[in-house]
Write a protein of this length. Structure first.
Length: 41
């Protein structure tokens, strides 16, 4: 049977846990893009 992973678990595996430089950069970029989308609608 296939194991399912949460989005958070996948981010931890790919980018590292919260607080790591790669994860912080990802979170910052996503938040910037989401804010930009919110401001244009």
């Amino acid at each position: 049977m296939m194991k399912l992973y949460s989005h958070e678990d996948m981010l931890d595996q790919v980018l590292g846990s919260k607080g790591t430089p790669a994860r912080n950069a990802y979170e910052q970029k996503i938040n910037y893009l989401l804010k930009d989308k919110r401001d244009t609608h």
